[in-house]
Design a protein around this ligand. Structure first.
Ligand code: B12
Ligand code: SF4
Length: 508
């Protein structure tokens, strides 16, 4: 059989280089191909096709079934896409990823989707293709019957990653996913090395921790890939696509310390740079030092808050002292840190915000952006709100969530779980960010040696270190001798209009 897998559109700037690799569909595609089926992938993040163009392309593929990958915030888009597919092709539609996993009943009831895959998708999709017309035999799905009745089958066990085929690189437009001259730290513009070509990879899946706001496709179960297989895949990417940097997209790179140490050691031999996600309670000086020696340039930390009370309420499983230690070690060893912070978890008040500000002042770090807590399906926080009746209409909630798909750091909160009004909470976020930045600048003046680090970081961030001509242009521009900004803003506006046009076309 032939499946057409679609990675939907997110609110990405078409000009942005750091496009996410669609791991979910890419893994499923290769698994099916290895088992003798056929698969094609349409990534709307890279193609930006409009409705008519989507239909024309899919017609040329002549598929037997369609699969859509979606996060919870992709509900509205998935609904619109599924209707488009049903109107033009009388074929079954599967949805997988967080949306299909956490809200299968809502999806089946409110959209034209026929089957939801709950959890890991490779084996289940294969079983669907093999048991077409006998869906009662397929574990790990929920599906719609002829009269619209919804059936949920028992869950399947997890498939280890030992023999899992790599993503279907052979059928993908790889140049779209290689971050040419970009940073392995996906969300920033930092550039650590000239001529960098970064690819994204997964070394394991899942996370055993139980942070209440975190949404999990595999509950608290975890799977790691054999180190030799990861290295073999990186060597392949280096040879075929000239990759010299890797952004590990796992929830937690240090899932298992022994695995992380072994993998880091082998990465050292490849002479590449890389980054991954850590946890402050899982790192120590020896480990960070070793990872740095092995090419790690940046570690992400979910710090969330500088208030112990908030960390406890979130069930974060880490202490303020551990955060302080990890940050100090990184600073001492000159390891770049990507700090993630949240604001507005139930219990947040002026005192906890003050504690967070004080904490960052004490460690001498700007902290930067806060994400306003947004309850995500698949998290303890969301489930509690559904149980309590705070979220009554899940389809309505998912539709609202869809409007925030580009992130939770802008605008008023979707749901306010604090004592503050929406406007107050948003104002607190902006003011706290400004205050923390100001505190950091004051800290720099009293620690002159740190200024060097700050300036270097700015040079890296703005890429001036490797593009001194940009710095000169900027300085000339500031002096009023040269201007590029008008053209830049026109280009940006044009790309945004194209973007909006696309969204309207999809009736979201
Ligand atoms: C890489 C990543 C990103 C990337 C790319 C996202 C993307 N859309 O591809 C970036 C950085 C852009 C990103 C952004 C955001 N992300 Co993100 N991200 C991840 C991360 C770390 C890895 C995803 C991944 O590739 N996993 C590996 C693959 C193999 O697993 P998988 O995607 O789950 O796929 C398997 C199954 O789900 C299923 N499956 C998936 N697709 C399909 C399709 C079909 C047809 C079938 C049958 C099965 C199937 O089978 C796959 C193989 O087993 C996950 C955490 C995680 N590790 O899952 C968070 C995660 C997906 N992100 C999340 C969130 C909330 C966001 C943001 C909203 C964050 C923010 N505050 O702004 C934005 C949303 C932006 C957007 N609109 O997409 C949440 C989603 C929760 C939810 N309920 O929707 C997650 C789970 C993190 C978390 N624990 O909270 N993210
Ligand atoms: S927030 Fe991070 S540490 Fe916590 S459960 Fe999610 S992935 Fe694990």
């Amino acid at each position: 059989m032939k499946i057409g897998l679609i990675h939907p559109f997110y609110t990405y700037d078409p000009q942005k280089k750091n496009r996410p690799f669609p791991f979910g569909v890419a893994y499923i595609a290769n698994f099916l191909i290895q088992k003798g089926h056929k698969a094609e992938i349409l990534d709307l993040n890279t193609t930006y096709l409009k409705k008519g163009e989507i239909v024309n392309l899919l017609k040329s593929w002549d598929c037997d079934i369609f699969g859509i990958s979606s996060l919870s915030g992709g509900f509205a888009y998935t609904k619109s896409l599924a209707s488009l597919l049903k109107e033009n092709f009388d074929l079954p539609i599967i949805v997988g990823g967080p949306l299909g996993t956490h809200n299968p009943e809502v999806v089946l009831k409110h959209t034209a989707v026929d089957i939801c895959v709950v959890g890991q998708g490779e084996c289940t999709t294969y079983e669907i293709l093999e048991n077409f017309g006998r869906l009662d035999k397929v574990r790990g799905i929920a599906y719609k019957g002829k009269r619209g009745e919804i059936t949920r089958n028992p869950q399947t066990g997890l498939m280890p990653l030992d023999n899992m085929p790599w993503p279907a690189y052979q059928i993908m437009q790889m140049q779209d996913y290689i971050w040419d001259g970009a940073s392995p730290d996906m969300d920033s513009k930092r550039l650590y090395k000239k001529g960098l070509r970064v690819m994204q990879m997964i070394t394991g899946r899942g996370c055993p921790m139980g942070c209440n706001f975190c949404s999990k496709v595999m509950d608290r179960k975890t799977l790691v890939r054999p180190v030799d297989d990861i290295i073999k895949e990186i060597k392949f990417l280096m040879k075929e696509y000239g990759i010299n940097g890797i952004s590990f997209r796992d929830e937690l790179y240090i899932l298992n310390r022994k695995h992380a140490v072994e993998l880091s050691g082998k990465l050292k031999d490849l002479n590449i740079i890389w980054m991954g996600q850590g946890r402050v309670d899982r790192v120590d000086s020896d480990l960070i030092k070793y990872m740095k020696e092995c090419g790690c340039v940046s570690l992400g930390f979910g710090i969330e808050s500088g208030s112990q009370r908030m960390l406890n309420l979130m069930n974060k499983g880490q202490t303020v002292k551990q955060i302080e230690n990890a940050m100090k070690i990184c600073r001492k060893l000159d390891m770049d840190m990507k700090v993630q912070l949240v604001l507005g978890y139930p219990g947040e008040d002026k005192e906890t915000v003050r504690e967070t500000v004080q904490f960052f002042k004490m460690v001498g770090h700007p902290g930067r952006r806060f994400h306003l807590i947004t309850p995500l399906p698949g998290s303890v926080l969301y489930n509690d709100l559904v149980k309590k009746g705070t979220i009554k209409d899940e389809a309505g909630y998912l539709t609202e969530l869809s409007k925030r798909e580009s992130g939770f750091s802008k605008g008023l909160p979707l749901i306010n779980l604090t004592q503050f009004s929406d406007e107050e909470l948003y104002k607190i976020k902006l003011e706290t960010e400004t205050l923390m930045e100001r505190n950091y600048r004051a800290y720099l003046w009293s620690h002159p040696f740190e200024i060097y680090r700050y300036l270097r970081e700015r040079l890296i961030y703005k890429r001036y270190l490797f593009h001194p001509e940009w710095l000169i242009a900027r300085l000339l521009e500031k002096a009023g001798l040269f201007s590029n900004s008008k053209k830049d803003s026109q280009d940006k506006k044009a790309s945004r209009i194209k973007h909006l046009d696309y969204r309207l076309n999809c009736k979201i």
